[in-house]
Design a protein around this ligand. Structure first.
Ligand SMILES: C[S@@+](CC[C@H](N)C(=O)[O-])C[C@H]1O[C@@H](n2cnc3c(N)ncnc32)[C@H](O)[C@@H]1O
Length: 330
């Protein structure tokens, strides 16, 4: 029987097309099974710039690193895989440069947000309402708060806030109250099956149940992994690391993530005209970045057909502007 692939990377050609045409340091900050990382190093080799290029792969999940290590074995001389949260990207780059006594410029950063198919399909990780397992949902299995800790400690008001904010679930309050009623009757919620049964118990109709289940599980996962907080930090720190002409590419699957990416990219690609109404002729400061994608790039129809996960994917790219060297004053 064929082995189930770890993860089908989304929009690989579209991502590789964003690689700047120069040697330097690429960072795949969401390594997963290494599909995008492999395509990136292959492209660097195809262009003949592998000697002065390098890729750092970051993931907080040990299973992902083990899988990517196998995939990238042939490129071990030009890759380093790091188990870490991508919010620590600046420290990771600093440690890499120190270890090689080389200030390699950062030319490309990729973020392919969320969880991999492997993480979702593995019942014991607790990400899926379709699979009975412990209610865990941590991407880094060795640290942090589990989904069950959140569901068993928060009151109905707090839970409803999470379900509404991160899942846009219209029955947030009803579901939150059902969680608390379940706890009073049965004690702690410990499995994906418990949470799924609570949602099914208050949402009428199979189709609505499936939508609410997806939204509630997603909302809890976002909180467990502080996904919005770490995204804000990596957007800021990552873009600050980019060298001139360097690019950051982000694939998001959720409207909140996409909004955060869009907002950050527009903010850093805007000239600073000072306070409103001053009427300056020149901006106080020219933007140091330009948005490469005014509209997000989406997957082709063919890709959506063969990989349904790509349906909601949005790719946005920003580039650090190359500044011209100033003319020497005669
Ligand atoms: C959608 S998958 C990436 C798949 C990958 N592009 C590939 O080609 O296989 C997202 C991966 O990012 C990791 N991840 C998500 N948030 C992270 C974070 N804050 N720090 C480090 N890794 C993270 C997850 O553990 C998961 O393996």
């Amino acid at each position: 029987m064929d082995k189930v692939p770890y993860h089908h990377p989304v929009m690989v050609h579209e991502v590789v097309a964003q690689l700047p045409a120069r040697e330097g340091l690429s960072i795949d900050a969401t390594l997963g099974g290494g599909g995008h990382a492999e395509a990136i190093v292959q492209e660097l080799c195809r262009r003949g710039i592998e000697k002065d290029s390098f890729l750092i792969g970051i993931d907080q999940d040990s299973d992902a690193l083990a899988e990517a290590k196998k995939k990238l074995a042939a490129y071990s001389g030009m890759t380093r895989l790091v188990k870490a949260n991508f919010q620590d990207i600046a420290e990771i780059v600093a440690a890499f440069r120190a270890s090689r006594s080389n200030h390699m410029p950062v030319t490309f950063i990729l973020l392919d947000l969320g969880v991999s198919s492997y993480q979702i399909d593995k019942a014991e990780r607790g990400f899926s309402y379709l699979r009975e397992g412990p209610l865990d949902m941590r991407m880094a299995t060795d640290s942090g708060t589990k989904a069950s800790d959140i569901l068993n400690s928060m009151d109905a008001h707090e839970l409803a806030g999470i379900f509404f904010r991160y899942g846009q679930e219209r029955l947030s309050r009803t579901i939150a109250e059902a969680v608390c009623a379940w706890r009073r009757k049965n004690g702690d919620i410990s499995s994906t099956g418990d949470l799924a049964a609570i949602v099914r118990g208050v949402v009428r109709g199979k189709e609505w149940q499936v939508k609410s289940l997806a939204r509630i599980f997603q909302a809890v996962r976002i909180v467990v992994n502080d996904e919005m907080g770490v995204l804000e930090r990596v957007l800021k720190e990552g873009t600050e690391l980019l060298d001139q002409g360097g690019r950051m590419a982000v694939i998001s699957y959720h409207s909140l993530e996409d909004r955060a990416v869009k907002r950050h990219f527009s903010a850093i690609a805007r000239d600073d005209w000072g306070p409103k109404g001053v009427g300056l002729r020149e901006p106080l400061r020219r933007a140091a970045f330009r948005t490469v994608t005014t509209k997000p790039i989406v997957a082709s129809e063919d890709e959506v057909r063969s990989n349904p996960r790509s349906r909601s994917a949005k790719l946005r790219v920003v580039e650090k502007i190359e500044t011209q060297a100033e003319e020497p004053v005669p």
